[in-house]
Ligand binder design. Structure first.
Ligand code: UT7
Length: 333
């Protein structure tokens, strides 16, 4: 039987660092409020000339290099994003593939918000196991600053831009395989996180733009409560199903939305602080890019080795959620 393996991890962080103090000058907020309620200190915004595909291309290029491959070895490209270059077409994956010199292979986007990378892993694993694909490039990429309303303090302080990418490859070695991935969704809560306008429901119009309906709206409190409950039960389920104790996990890498959510879930599941990876302080919430950027931070610190057991967990607009258990299949830095 062929397994799917996470062969590489890479990320791209845009150059413009925006601190809480910078935001204090733009909106009625404070470093104290943002730090206490979210744990975020800084986030990075792309330049106005950069599109999501530019961030995705940089992360993707490095992920291919770190997997020891060439662009021509990649036989599928999937991008998860809620901030695509274009609302309808072409997909960000098509543009990114072309930028990378990958042509004539399937390329498409998925819209699963902050759960993007978990959905990507699930899809890459399934495609690899058909036996028809060898090396799939998956990328979570966001220029979320293009969807932020800088007059709405309840959302604009939370998010950042960035991209994270991996190559998932076929392997015969179970010791470096993706063990299990669980994904789910419930549209009952679709209004918890929403960009109301510029789709078919409320097409772009002067009125929609004047009312800022093209930007992200979030029911923060309701989302927070559901996130803690869902994430904890999802992690418990995947560990139990695979007979793995929390102590066997090398790194628990949850979606980076809020330090209070990460700490609550980590404590409920008895993970030690050495196991829980936190990058939300530095990057804010980068949605589909948050988990691969967090894995990459461990990788670039030199602490991620082949065979290390990773547990990933995410929650986002849709609502969507999911978790993944995998043994890292790449070489250490
Ligand atoms: O990534 C996808 C999933 N997303 C999440 O999981 C996010 C989940 N939600 C959260 O992380 C939190 O709910 C937030 C960080 C968004 C908000 O924290 P909270 O503790 O739930 O605050 P709140 O919304 O209950 O607001 C408390 C107060 C309000 O003032 P009043 O009504 O008590 O006077 C807000 O107006 O804080 C006020 N507030 C702010 N004050 C200063 C809201 N945003 C800000 C701000 N600066 N930026």
């Amino acid at each position: 039987m062929k397994y799917a393996s996470l062969k590489s991890i890479a990320s791209y962080v845009p150059s413009r660092c925006v601190s809480n103090f910078d935001l204090e000058k733009m909106v009625d907020t404070s470093d104290e409020w943002i730090t206490k309620r979210t744990g975020i200190k800084t986030r990075y915004f792309a330049e106005s000339s950069e599109a999501t595909s530019d961030l995705a291309t940089k992360a993707g290029q490095e992920a291919i290099r770190r997997a020891g491959l060439k662009p021509s070895d990649i036989d599928m490209v999937i991008v998860a994003t809620l901030s695509p270059d274009y609302i309808g077409m072409p997909s960000t994956a098509c543009i990114t593939s072309y930028n990378l010199g990958i042509e004539n292979v399937p390329a498409f986007d998925i819209t699963t918000a902050c759960t993007g990378y978990i959905y990507l892993l699930s899809m890459a694993k399934a495609f690899i196991q058909t036996g028809e694909y060898q090396n799939i490039l998956i990328i979570g990429a966001e220029k979320i600053s293009s969807l932020l309303d800088f007059s709405d303090r309840t959302t604009c302080v939370l998010f950042g831009d960035g991209a994270g990418a991996s190559v998932v490859s076929a392997t015969e070695n179970e010791g470096e395989a993706i063990v299990d991935v669980h994904i789910s969704a419930n549209g009952k809560y679709s209004d918890f996180l929403i960009t109301p306008a510029c789709g078919s429901k409320i097409p772009a119009s002067a009125e929609a733009l004047a009312n800022h309906l093209q930007f992200i709206k979030m029911k923060g409190n309701e989302t927070f409560k559901l996130a803690v409950k869902t994430l904890a039960s999802d992690v418990e389920h995947i560990l139990q199903k695979n007979s793995i104790a929390p102590s066997e996990v090398k790194y628990f890498i949850p979606h980076q939305a809020n330090l209070r959510i990460i700490s609550a879930v980590g404590e409920m599941l008895d993970f030690s602080s050495d196991q829980v990876v936190v990058t939300v302080d530095k990057y804010g919430n980068t949605s589909a890019a948050s988990i691969p950027m967090a894995i990459n931070s461990v990788y670039e610190s030199g602490k991620l080795a082949k065979g290390d057991l990773l547990l990933l967990d995410a929650f986002g607009g849709g609502l969507t959620w999911g978790s993944a258990l995998l043994r890292f299949g790449g070489d250490s830095l």
